[in-house]
Design a protein around this ligand. Structure first.
Ligand code: CA
Length: 231
């Protein structure tokens, strides 16, 4: 999953990137309204963290543009992308205006990173229309909060990218995702990437989960079939 952090305080921004990366988000940073609008036109994000006081304007401009956009780019709509605004403790009016402009949640600075991550998970669950935090697929279970996967009740040890790849495919199931879509979901912008990285992750996942979970649609991409078709 990909996150965009729009924050002009370099210390806060790098702390957020670190926490989000640990939690499995491929995270991009930008520090201006103009930069954010450019990135949001070109890239597809699963989450946006938005500071309201930016050097070239009000962060709410970004929010309003995002919500007004119906088909942002080739990857589909970003009008529904969850946005969490970050404001100062005394800025009640900012929070109200932010929520009224279409933000999904807000955090008051300074905030605890664990609280941020819990709120991100809650927003993602609401977006996915799931009340239960665990994704079940046949005998496979994935807990995004604990980052734990079990198969028929037995824990499966997965690398960070393997977990993220499985999570992304399970959320999309039974849709097919192209290699480019998966790379965009798993890696931040500008990260050097071996051309066969995705094949290697899929190979490892199949070795750990069996061949039936992740299928290849030759020349198109990868998918997880509906649960009844999995082992
Ligand atoms: Ca600021």
């Amino acid at each position: 999953m990909r996150a965009l952090v729009i924050e002009d305080d370099a210390g806060i921004a790098s702390g957020l990137r670190h926490a989000l990366t640990q939690a499995g988000y491929a995270t991009d940073l930008c520090d201006t309204v103009a930069g954010a609008l450019t990135l949001l036109r070109a890239e597809c994000y699963d989450l946006v963290l938005l500071d309201l006081g930016l050097p070239d304007g009000d962060g709410r401009t970004v929010l309003q543009r995002l919500r007004a956009t119906h088909t942002a780019n080739d990857n589909g709509t970003q009008a529904q992308t969850p946005v969490i605004i970050m404001t100062a403790r005394d800025a009640v009016d900012d929070r109200i205006a932010g929520l009224d402009s279409g933000a999904d949640d807000y955090l008051v600075k300074p905030f605890d990173l664990n609280e941020l991550l819990a709120r991100l998970r809650a927003v993602q669950r609401r977006m996915a229309g799931r009340a239960h935090p665990t994704i079940r697929h046949g005998t496979l279970e994935l807990d995004p909060a604990a980052r734990v996967v079990t198969l028929a009740g037995d824990p499966v040890a997965l690398g960070v990218r393997e977990f993220d790849l499985l999570h992304t495919l399970l959320q999309a199931s039974p849709r097919v995702l192209s290699k480019a879509q998966l790379e965009a979901a798993l890696y931040p912008l500008g990260e050097g990437l071996e051309s066969n990285a995705m094949e290697v992750h899929v190979h490892h996942l199949r070795r750990k989960l069996g061949d039936g979970v992740i299928r290849t649609l030759r020349g198109v991409g990868y998918f997880v079939p509906r649960a009844e078709a999995s082992p």
